[in-house]
Design a binder for this molecule. Sequence first.
Ligand code: DON
Length: 567
Amino acid sequence: MKKICSLFLIGLLAIQCKNIQPPKSVVHKAQGLITENAMVVSARVEASEIGSQILLKGGNAFDAMIATELALAVAYPFAGNIGGGGFMVYRLADGTTGALDYREKAPLAASKNMFLDEIGDIINGKSTLGGMAVGVPGTIDGLFKVHEKFGTLPFSSLIQPAIDLANKGVVVTKKQAERIAIYKEYFYKVNGTKILLDSVWKEGDTIKYVQLAKTLQRINEHGRDGFYKGETAEMLVNTVQKLGGIITLEDLEKYQAKWRKPVEFTYKDLKIISMSPPSSGGICMAQIFNAIEPFNLSELGHNSEKTIQLLTEAERRAYADRSHYLGDPDFIKIPIETLISKSYVKKRMESFSWDNATLSSTITHGKIAGFESNETTHYSIVDKFGNAISATTTLNGAYGSKVFVSEGGFFLNNEMDDFSSKPGTPNMFGLIGAEANSIEPGKRMLSSMTPTIVEKNNKFYMSVGSPGGSTIITSVLQTILNVYEFDLGMQEAVNAPRFHHQWLPDVITMEPIGFDSTLIKNLQQKGYIIKQENTTIIGKVDAILRLPNGKLEGGADYRGDDTAAGF
Ligand code: DON
């Protein structure tokens, strides 16, 4: 049934996405917003503008991050959140890099087999819908950690725009109205009562988020404790426990976001800085970049048969390793240095041939001798001082677990599904996990989120990231390649059709438009299975590129309501 559930989810996303095509005007020679100084690109115009206003007032990229993330929690409840978590990678103007992990954690009462029945089978929907699916949220603690270390404007000035937006209300877009209509029945099913979004909301209506404004006000007044203790914490715990969940006040009180060392590697003359475990994004992307580096991609051609083949084979091997080796580094040992070394990947690619597809059934994780000293939204920000951030934040599924803390006005995540509930059984994104990502109390679930910053010639080059579950890694990778190898501008690179392979299932998923039938036939003849009908969106990338003349170009994905703002 878990499988049915995932198929259902994918089906829904497909309904949501199948008619989306880039407007003709943006397919070729599309150019994103160009600014001189600073920019924010996010999933909603309200959030990008709020972030950009903070930058204009003299705030830095971190101040703008706090304001943008909170504005997304109001304007984009589909994925923006205070009841979820995320990751942020930064690069300061002086070249210093770092990363913040504000990923959710398993509650202290969680246990390895909590999603299995007495005969060891997965219980349908338990890790995706309702109280048990919820991980301990990390977003608010993450924002306070950012403020403490890098903030220059008072926190109250960064949260106030989100409070005002929630009180004033947010206008429903066409895409949002469609999403709400699709998920409405789940809101009632999970919560057992009507919630705010559980009405007929049409394009152009305004939704006021009064309860959420009050929660944000409590956070404004009491800081971190306005969420993790007192009234908000009690509302959250009562809601979750009433729906059979196990989160306690102690879980909330103990939650801590963590500064991490990002994964850094080179690709030709680029330096790529991306998220480290508990996200798989940086390691997986490093492996794919290392595997393709010996080839002349620009000569092979953008989305050509050979490029698709090469990337697919690199992705197949990287995702097989992801499944075996990666998890929360606070709980397991991950051989990061080996996994991202050029020599290790070279060996993994020895079985690659241009003639035939390697079957995933013949690929397992690479052997490492001994371990040396493991629905989302993305936004990118560059400030006028030259600091850049790349942040991806999520509730996991659309509206997370669908559990809505009505008194507090916010949804809670279903991030527990990112654990491997049963080794070998796919999760919502078809990802197979192993022991490294099994459930343990207080452990963080493995992620694919890949907030990334790219340097060229020691200078900031690009900030990029995406939602899309398992397809995040390959979407970010293709966007970087589109600019660097195939000479597309930032917006063109975001618009370009994408494809994805993740080892298992052994298929190349392609977006419905942009790949011609001869190309597909040729790949099929080599043994590749192509899935193109009813595919979901592959990523929804938001990015900022520094152009040779020093200006910034935004890439805001047409697949959503994404928008760039800046000056
Ligand atoms: O952390 C992860 O990899 C997932 N929870 C991300 C979910 C996601 O991107 C859903 N959006 N389409």
